[in-house]
Design a protein around this ligand. Structure first.
Ligand code: DGL
Length: 259
């Protein structure tokens, strides 16, 4: 049976995955997408591992039950926590985001690379193993950033909306010479201005920002091709589902997608 017209399921703890979906819509415009945000339980980043695993599995199974041909895990926290279990449990191809430390580490220079992500991602074994495989792992400083996700979930995206949080995260690194900042959470991709402002207020150097969204979508395209699942006709559509209140989250989702 030809499943190429079936939708791709996009999952995130909340609305951050819209930053990945946005790239997917640009690079794979003929695909149909079903987005599932677990907004009732976001943020995941402050929760224990077992709880993140249970929540994630229940969400990706919902997407599978909706007939998705493939799953895009648009949540770094879920990837670091349980991507192997997801791949084992689901009988469709699974692609996932991961902090883009590899391209950041290719930057010439001796400045540090700050990997900013949820508390969970910065501590999880899978991420730490990825860091250990980099040519100079000590160049990377992992900074947990509790609090950002909650504000983005409310649609707050102003450059100055995060000043208090960044002042606290970066206090131990004031004046540090920095070449790159990795946005290790898909929510953060919506606030590059806030990261640039924080860098100009607290760091030295002119750090370049990195995210893994485009690389992930290229990988999705390769995987769809390899399984004969690529949809090559029609205008793709997006359907939004949430475990939270749709009246609250749907408008913010569409606002984020259209930015
Ligand atoms: N967008 C999720 C990520 O990429 C946010 C995690 C959270 O809910 O704390 O990690």
């Amino acid at each position: 049976m030809d499943k190429s017209h079936a939708p791709i399921g996009v999952f995130d703890s909340g609305l951050g995955g819209a930053s990945v979906l946005k790239v997917a819509r640009r690079l794979l415009p003929m695909e149909n997408y079903i987005y599932y945000g677990d907004n009732a339980h976001a943020p995941y980043g402050d929760k224990p591992e077992a709880e993140i695993t249970d929540l994630t599995l229940s969400c990706v199974h919902k997407l599978l039950d909706m007939g998705c041909k493939s799953i895009l895990v648009a949540c770094n926290t879920a990837t670091a926590n349980c991507i192997d279990i997801i791949r084992t449990e689901l009988n469709v191809p699974v692609v996932s985001v991961e902090p883009a430390i590899r391209p950041a580490c290719m930057l010439p220079g001796k400045g540090k690379i700050l990997m900013m992500a949820t508390q969970a991602t910065t501590h999880l074994e899978r991420y730490l193993a990825l860091q250990a495989r980099m040519p100079d792992p000590d160049r990377i400083i992992n900074i947990p950033c509790p609090g950002i996700v909650e504000r983005i979930e409310l649609g707050r995206l102003g450059d100055e909306d995060f000043d208090d949080l960044f002042a606290a995260y970066l206090a131990p690194y004031e004046g540090l010479y920095t070449d790159g900042i990795v946005l290790g959470c898909t929510h953060y991709v919506f606030i590059p201005g806030a990261f640039r402002r924080a860098a100009s207020l607290h760091l030295r150097g002119n750090p370049q920002l990195f995210d893994g969204n485009e690389g992930t979508v290229h990988q999705l395209a390769r995987v769809l091709d390899a399984h004969g699942l690529r949809n090559n006709e029609g205008a793709g559509a997006v359907e939004f589902h949430t475990s939270g209140d749709p009246a609250k989250f749907q408008p913010i989702f569409h606002m984020l997608l259209s930015r």
